[in-house]
Design a protein around this ligand. Structure first.
Ligand SMILES: *[C@@H]1O[C@H](CO)[C@@H](O)[C@H](O)[C@H]1NC(C)=O
Ligand SMILES: *[C@@H]1O[C@H](CO)[C@@H](O)[C@H](O)[C@H]1NC(C)=O
Ligand SMILES: [Zn+2]
Length: 334
């Protein structure tokens, strides 16, 4: 019996070793200097990022599915302190179609965030979006089995590093705030941004954006959020991101959402137009990680742990009740 198990382990082990060897050979053959082409579809799509960018095959990749019945509420995850997230005239913003997304880079005095359970302070360097072609997909993270039509990432780097570039591969380098979008009324706070899409239709086109309040692009309730450690969701997939995904959503109209899907193109000017859409990475395994919820989060009732706690307290209160009844009985009838 023991021998059988050992033999099995031996075989399994060598099979894995073979696999690992094959993977490293593939990697070796395909590795090229920096700037290797990647995309969300086809030959260079997410399933093959790993062969050129080995970090994309790591154990702590993003995005992940957030199952709110399995998160751990962490009392240390308090509110954020935001400084400079309102419109500042001396701050220049550049909006660019980089062929993978629409990205707004922040220059000049950067907005800074602290709190939210993190010791350091972080500077906001850029934000960008991930979206799909229909309303039931497009977000990178998923929440209780649901995908949203769009997700915005506000990328910060730790102030102990000098720049986003320096921080990007450090384990504690980045903090990204993720916001889900839902279809609702027209959101005037997105009008300025969307009005630039026509001038950055093609890959590598950029334009200067008037001062814009970052706060106005976020949802109302920033107290309820989820926290875990993960990665960049695009190559090179460095595992340098402390993620915060907010529960409250940003609302934009169907028409505004359609501007993201149809105005922007993924190709350079002069090439055949292809819509810039379906630009999100599929869910990655959580592996041994936990997801934490901010202190005000109330865990949904239908999970085993909550049920067990409720059952225990029910037993306790029923035994308390029986003691009271016994005492009352004795007082009355003795
Ligand atoms: C903003 O851009 C203008 C024009 O390009 C430039 O003169 C100015 O110095 C920039 N401001 C900052 C804070 O970078
Ligand atoms: C956000 O929602 C939570 C949970 O519903 C609530 O406790 C908190 O007071 C809300 N915060 C704000 C600023 O509305
Ligand atoms: Zn992103």
């Amino acid at each position: 019996m023991v021998f059988g198990i050992l033999l099995f382990l031996q075989i399994a082990n060598s099979a894995f070793a073979d696999l690992a060897l094959k993977r490293s050979q593939i990697r070796f053959i395909k590795v090229k200097p920096h700037g290797v082409h990647w995309s969300y579809h086809g030959e260079f799509g997410p399933a093959n990022w790993l062969s050129v960018y080995p970090h994309c095959g790591g154990e702590k990749q993003s995005p992940v599915h957030i199952d709110s019945t399995k998160v751990f509420v962490d009392r240390k995850l308090d509110d954020f302190n935001f400084h400079g997230y309102d419109a500042t005239p001396e701050r220049n913003l550049t909006i660019k179609n980089n062929g993978h997304t629409v990205k707004v880079s922040i220059e000049g005095p950067l907005p800074q965030v602290s709190g939210g359970g993190l010791k350091d302070s972080y500077s906001a360097a850029q934000f960008h979006f991930h979206w799909g072609s229909v309303d039931d997909r497009g977000s990178e993270h998923a929440m209780d089995g649901k995908n949203y039509p769009m997700e915005m990432h506000l990328v910060h780097y730790a102030d102990k590093y000098r720049s986003l570039n320096e921080a990007v591969d450090k384990p504690d380098g980045l903090k990204v705030l993720g916001f889900f979008f839902e279809i609702g009324d027209r959101n005037p706070n997105f009008d300025k941004l969307i009005s630039h899409f026509n001038s950055i239709k093609h890959k590598d086109a950029e334009s200067t954006l008037e001062p814009i309040s970052l706060h106005s692009l976020m949802p109302e309730n920033l107290s309820v959020y989820f926290r875990y450690h993960g990665s960049l969701t695009t190559p090179p997939c460095f595992e340098s991101v402390t993620w915060t995904v907010f529960k409250d959503t940003v609302k934009i109209s169907k028409q505004q959402m359609e501007s993201f899907r149809h105005t922007l193109k993924g190709n350079s000017k002069g090439e055949k137009d292809e819509a810039l859409t379906e630009i999100y990475r599929p869910l990655q395994p959580l592996n041994s990680r936990n997801i934490y919820a901010s202190k005000v989060f109330e865990r949904p009732i239908d999970d085993p742990l909550t049920r067990a706690i409720l059952r225990d307290s029910a037993i306790q209160s029923s035994s308390f009740l029986s003691i009271v009844l016994t005492v009352v009985f004795f007082v009355l009838f003795s």
